[in-house]
Every structure is written in C-alpha cells, then in structure tokens.
Design a protein around this ligand. Structure first.
Ligand code: HEM
Length: 196
C-alpha cells in the first residue's frame, strides 16, 4: 500500500495550488463582492486602490531574473501600470507604489504569481461589471480587460510552465504557502482600504 502511495504520480502543481487555496479564493471573492466595488465610481476607486496595493507589491517579481528563468515571458505579464492608468482615467491620484513583497524563496514567489495570474480569470466577470459604471478597456478598466489573444490562452501557457517545473515536495509546499500568503495579503489590504 505504502509502495503504491510512494510511487503515485504527483498531481500537477496548479491542481495542488487550486485545491490548496480554494477556501482562500472563496473568502476573497465574497469579500470583494460584499464591498460593492461596482456600485459607484467612488467605490470602484477603492477597488482600484486595492488592486494598486496588490499588483504594486508583486510588480518587481515579474522582472526577477530567477523567476523569469523558471517562467520564460513572465516579464510581459504584470498589470501594475494598467492599474495606475485606470486610477488616472477616473481622475484619482495614483498612490505611492507600495513596498515590494519579498517571498522567502523563489518557489513561494511562484505561489504569489499563481494568485495574481489566476485573478485574471475571475476578472472576466469583474470587467463586465465595470460597464455598469461606464468603464471599459480603454478607460478605467484596462487592467481587467482580456489580452487580445484571450484570457484562456495566457492562463494555459502560464499553468503549462508551472506544471513543467521539476519541484520537490518541499518546494511545492512553499509554492502553496506563497499562494495562501498572497490571498491573505489581499484580504488584509481589502479590509484596510475599503471603508467599513
Ligand atoms: C469578486 C471577485 C472574484 C470573482 C467573482 C472571481 C471568480 C473567479 C472565477 C469564476 C474563476 C474561475 C475561472 C475559470 O476557471 O475559468 C477564478 C479563478 C481564479 N481566481 Fe478569482 N475571482 C475573484 C477574485 C479573485 C481575487 C481577488 C484573486 C486573487 C487575489 C483571485 C484569484 C484567482 C485564481 C488564482 C484563480 C485560478 C484558480 C485555478 O483555476 O487554479 N480571484 N476566479
């Protein structure tokens, strides 16, 4: 029995990341929708500041040489500049960039990037909601708009790269912990930024 378990093929990393953080995702999803970010431009402004905090904190990871070696093309993916432009579009001052997050290991950083890139999928729904307040991919909702090649393609490319990495169990655990930390960071930032 033990031998069978030992020799069982490893689940792809992205499956582990998804199952390891699905509760985190649901709580963040509920918190975001409970904050009514699309009710008015004013409330959307808080949402943009939340996105600014999150994407600003991880922006440097996208340029990191080691992470770009692990995930070729990573440097093309960050959405921080689009969030800044969205803030300007709706007439808000762009806050100072937040302090950079420095995950303990490159594998933990992979988890943070999984959280950020996966949020692009749910963004399809959020993007539609921004149309209710008159925004779109050219004004105010640039960072939620789909890439011209489609959201699915980029996500599939990203997950294929993640799943192709040869990581040991400890490194996989670090990635899952990194993703969980990223969701916790997002929850905390949301509580700080949205008025209660
Ligand atoms: C109201 C807010 C949100 C909604 C409605 C939402 C909705 C969704 C949906 C429907 C998917 C699955 C899409 C698909 O499989 O095609 C998804 C995936 C994902 N979302 Fe969200 N999301 C929200 C917020 C967030 C936030 C704030 C983050 C990160 C900070 C996030 C991270 C992720 C990740 C990592 C995945 C990929 C899961 C996987 O397949 O491995 N989401 N989201």
């Amino acid at each position: 029995m033990n031998a069978i378990v030992k020799n069982a093929p490893q689940l792809p990393l992205t499956k582990r990341l998804k199952s390891g953080t699905s509760g985190d995702h649901d709580s963040v999803d509920n918190l975001v929708m409970g904050s009514r970010p699309f009710e008015s431009l004013e409330r959307y402004g808080y949402f943009l500041r939340l996105q600014h905090r999150f994407h600003g904190s991880i922006n440097a990871l996208y340029q990191d040489a080691e992470l770009n070696r692990l995930l070729p093309g990573l440097h093309e993916l960050p959405r921080f500049a689009a969030v800044e432009q969205d803030l300007r579009d709706i007439g808000q001052d762009v806050p100072t960039a937040p302090a950079a997050i420095t995950p303990a290991t490159p594998y933990a950083a992979l988890g943070w990037l999984y959280c950020s890139e996966g949020s692009n999928l749910g963004a399809a729904f959020l993007y539609k909601e921004t149309q209710q307040i008159g925004l779109d991919g050219e004004r105010g909702a640039r960072h939620l708009a789909a890439h011209p090649d489609g959201r699915g393609l980029h996500w599939r490319q990203f997950t294929t790269l993640l799943d192709g990495l040869e990581l040991n169990e400890e490194q996989r655990q670090q990635a899952i912990q990194g993703a969980s930390d990223a969701f916790a960071f997002y929850r905390q930032a949301l509580r700080e930024i949205f008025p209660q």
